[in-house]
Design a protein around this ligand. Structure first.
Ligand SMILES: [Zn+2]
Length: 147
């Protein structure tokens, strides 16, 4: 992996789920994608990802990591069962885990780039997964600290 100089962190409200984010460029060069599906709309979520970056999702209590699938069920939405904060979405393909994080769960008060509406529900399954593989973090690990 190349140098990742821009580190951000994310945390759910109760601290059960933490995100360690390495970006390859300044946060201002990343668009925030606002998805128009009902789940994301109701959470007020916006997505950030860096295909050249990396993401570590750390979970203190595995039994309080919530998974939710909707629509085509291709993506796995991760939220904290204790405090309810929606943290990230993941997708698995060819043994690799991809992810985009909820920009609203990021701790630092950084300014991202422009807000762009997206409508994945208008895409076919193949169009969606192609887009995710080409845009989401591709260097993703999930660490369970207390199983
Ligand atoms: Zn929590």
């Amino acid at each position: 992996m190349t140098d990742n100089l821009y580190k951000l962190s994310g945390e759910c409200h109760c601290g059960n789920i933490n995100l360690d984010i390495n970006l390859s460029k300044p946060p201002s060069s990343f668009q925030v994608r606002v998805c128009d599906c009902d789940f994301c709309r109701k959470h007020g979520a916006g997505f950030i990802s860096d295909v050249h970056g990396s993401l570590l999702i750390s979970v203190k209590h595995a039994n309080q990591l919530g998974h939710y699938q909707q629509g085509s069920s291709l993506a796995d939405f991760l939220f904290c069962k204790k405090c309810g904060v929606f943290m990230a979405v993941t997708f698995q393909s060819g043994g690799q885990l991809y992810s985009a994080v909820n920009s609203k769960a990021i701790n630092e008060n950084v300014v991202f780039g422009e807000i762009v509406p997206v409508s994945p529900k208008l895409l076919s399954a193949l169009e969606k997964t192609d887009r995710w593989i080409n845009n989401w973090f591709g260097d993703v690990s999930i660490q369970i600290l207390d199983t």
